[in-house]
Design a protein around this ligand. Structure first.
Ligand SMILES: [Fe+2]
Ligand SMILES: [Fe+2]
Length: 176
């Protein structure tokens, strides 16, 4: 390990120079604009997931499948929390959270579906979870050490998505 040298004079000057950038300092190692784009794509995906799980929740409740419906609702709420975390981070990075409904479906990495059966709904959700798991894993690798805060957000989302996929796999086994 190299010796840690702290250039307090330079850091203080830089901190004062770009005060309009808020939390983004000269030490920020990412491309903030690109990170905002990537976060907006993830935000669109999370919103589509909320909507997909909500439809599944109400449909499954109508089919008298309360246990499955409860799981769908729990996931919908979790995806909404993910969307909120991403929107908050986008603002910190100086960007605008894009919640324009016209752009959501085109930017989302996951699909909205119209399947009717319980088993089909669980399958679609599991596929969507697996798509976000792969996507977030690659985003985390790409962020590396450049933006530890955004990386930690994606790491926490990834852990939740893996739990969702695991829940769905168990449900699928029970429903069949
Ligand atoms: Fe999510
Ligand atoms: Fe999820």
């Amino acid at each position: 390990m190299n010796e840690f040298k702290m250039d307090q004079e330079r850091i203080r000057q830089e901190a004062r120079a770009n005060i309009d950038k808020g939390p983004i300092t000269a030490s920020y190692g990412g491309d903030a604009e690109r990170v905002v784009q990537v976060c907006n794509q993830a935000l669109a995906s999370e919103i589509v997931c909320v909507l997909r799980y909500k439809r599944h929740y109400f449909t499954a409740a109508g089919l008298n499948s309360n246990e499955v419906a409860a799981e769908f609702l729990e996931h919908a709420n979790s995806e909404q929390e993910h969307a909120d975390m991403l929107a908050q981070r986008i603002v910190q990075l100086g960007g605008d959270p894009d919640l324009d409904p016209a752009n959501l479906a085109t930017r989302s990495v996951t699909d909205y579906d119209s399947v009717a059966g319980l088993r089909e709904m669980i399958t679609e959700d599991l596929v969507a979870e697996r798509v976000v798991i792969s996507t977030y894993t690659e985003i985390i690798r790409w962020l590396g050490e450049a933006d530890p805060t955004t990386r930690r957000i994606f790491e926490s989302l990834l852990a939740d998505e893996e739990e969702h996929a695991d829940d769905l796999q168990s449900l699928l086994e029970r429903v069949s």
